[in-house]
Ligand binder design. Sequence first.
Ligand code: FES
Length: 146
Amino acid sequence: MNFDNSISKELPRRSLLCGLGLIALGMLPSAAIASGNVKLLSDGKVEVLLSKNTALRKVGGVIQFNDKQGKSIALIRTTQSATGFRAINLSCTHQGVTVERTDNGWLCKDGHQATYAADGKVLSGPAKFDLRSIPVKASKSKVTVG
Ligand code: FES
């Protein structure tokens, strides 16, 4: 995919379709996790075109990508509404290790095993705080994160 390099750069793909068939959110139907096909904007925000991120067409779909500062972020489709998205910072709130997706949430596998619900609420410590939400602005065709 080519982007205008003056304002963006393409992110490397990671975790390509690693979660297809997984349950993305415990309260939601099955979903896919895909690497994000996203554009980094000059203001530090991330633009996600829905036409290029088909995992987000269904409720429960998740994509993961890194922002300009290298933060790992998940964007989750929470409802079928045009504004039904939630973005969370995947840095564990205990000591900052990047959490990994599980069947029903997130696990700080490489840290100290804190667990979080699919929406980022902390379930078990040592983390004491939920994964941080990141503002999103959604329209029919795209979601801007940051
Ligand atoms: S860094 Fe995640 S539980 Fe310690």
